[in-house]
Design a protein around this ligand. Structure first.
Ligand SMILES: Cc1cc2nc3c(=O)[nH]c(=O)nc-3n(C[C@H](O)[C@H](O)[C@H](O)COP(=O)(O)OP(=O)(O)OC[C@H]3O[C@@H](n4cnc5c(N)ncnc54)[C@H](O)[C@@H]3O)c2cc1C
Length: 348
């Protein structure tokens, strides 16, 4: 759409405010596009991107494996070079849009060490490719994040993304520049919904002959939720804006994911407390928000991992600023023309 990172954040946030699953579908599809934009050659871009824009090709990114999780360099799925291409063997798990994806961007081992990872575009109808059974998870119902299986799966050489050895850059840059802000946006949308629903409940649910919102302890909780929501939104929009400006902002993107995930989980718990037994009723959506908010903790790095990266920033040992390296491609010229709606909540 050419609208930029901040506009994308608002779009994903608004979708997630209504349906965390829908926000998750959209954010995951963006991850799949980014690696083609940043690492694809002219032929790959002209072949795949028009189909993505038309909505006939849903791309994914597949990095996580059962035995390595967030430790990307621990992966063991392999690609072996053969005449005309590569043979892939192994499994990927928790891949966003796994069961509706048409083109999987798969990072695998082509050799040892950190330069031994490479990325491939694998169409979902490739021979030797299959999906694990589709299983619903605790939350985000409607979003598939499942298993990709490669059994002697042949991929032609022209489907190698970037050069052999670029796999770690594809995985890390996608995670920092797209995964973090996209999941931040999903978290923010769920967070907004939590606060809205809880305020409405506190205004309409009566105890001691008056709305719950009249109780001092409930007011304290609502005030804390409002403050955390506003802080979370600031960090999300600020980081996305810096991306639009082409400025180095890896730390801001990482911190925004940490703050948004942690504060939305806090809000979900406080909301459940305010709702008390009524929060357990699926008809009120609060328990759905609690389940959905928990799903945003792991992808693009758990909060432990975000804190590790931020410690590196503090210690001066954080190495590659992906936002600086890809700055020219990330900058968005239309940034100032996007109207941003800021939510306000009325207590009256
Ligand atoms: C909704 C959703 C969507 C996802 N989408 C995708 C996708 O599109 N593509 C994809 O490839 N993957 C995807 N994932 C997978 C996600 O990236 C992984 O869940 C994540 O990398 C963590 O892996 P893990 O869950 O195996 O946990 P692990 O990495 O095994 O972590 C387990 C625990 O150990 C801690 N830990 C791990 N390493 C360290 C460390 N170095 N220091 C301190 N503590 C540590 C963690 O914080 C956590 O508490 C998705 C997951 C979810 C839930």
């Amino acid at each position: 759409m050419g609208l930029g990172h901040l506009a994308k954040t608002v779009i994903i946030e608004e979708l997630s405010r209504v349906s965390g699953a829908m926000g998750a579908v959209v954010q995951a599809s963006q991850l799949g596009v980014a690696k083609i934009v940043h690492f694809g050659n002219a032929e790959q871009k002209s072949h795949w991107l028009p189909a993505v824009c038309e909505g006939t090709c849903m791309p994914t990114i597949a990095v996580t494996e059962p035995k390595s999780g967030g430790h990307v360099l621990g992966m063991s799925t392999t690609a072996e070079r053969v005449a005309g291409g590569y043979i892939l063997n192994g499994r990927k798990v928790f891949v966003g849009n796994s069961h509706i994806g048409d083109l999987h961007g798969v990072v695998v081992r082509t050799g040892p060490g950190s330069r031994g990872l490479s990325a491939f575009l694998v169409p979902s109808d490739a021979t030797g490719f299959s999906l694990g059974p589709h299983r619903p998870a605790m939350g985000l119902h409607g979003f598939s994040f499942g298993e990709l299986i490669f059994e002697n799966c042949f991929v032609p050489s022209e489907n190698l993304l970037g050069a052999e050895g670029d796999g770690l850059a594809v995985a890390y840059s996608s995670s920092v520049l797209y995964g973090r802000p996209n999941l931040t946006a999903v978290s923010l949308g769920i967070h907004q919904a939590i606060v809205e629903h809880t305020v409405r409940f506190a205004q309409t649910h009566e105890r001691y002959g008056e709305p719950l919102a009249g109780l001092p302890t409930i007011k304290q909780k609502l005030g804390q939720m409002q403050s955390q929501l506003m802080t979370a939104r600031l960090t999300a929009y600020h980081a996305a804006h810096l991306l639009d400006e082409g400025m180095a902002c890896d730390a801001e993107l990482i911190s925004a994911k940490l703050i948004n995930v942690e504060s939305s989980l806090d809000a979900a718990r406080t909301a459940m407390e305010i709702h008390s037994a009524y929060g357990l009723d699926p008809g009120r959506s609060i328990e759905r928000f609690l389940r959905d908010a928990n799903h945003i903790y792991a992808p693009a790095g758990t909060s432990d991992v975000q804190r590790l990266r931020l410690a590196e920033v503090a210690l001066g040992t954080y190495r590659e600023q992906w936002s600086a390296r890809l700055s020219e491609q990330l900058r968005c010229s239309t940034v100032h023309s996007v109207p941003i709606q800021v939510h306000t909540i009325s207590f009256s």
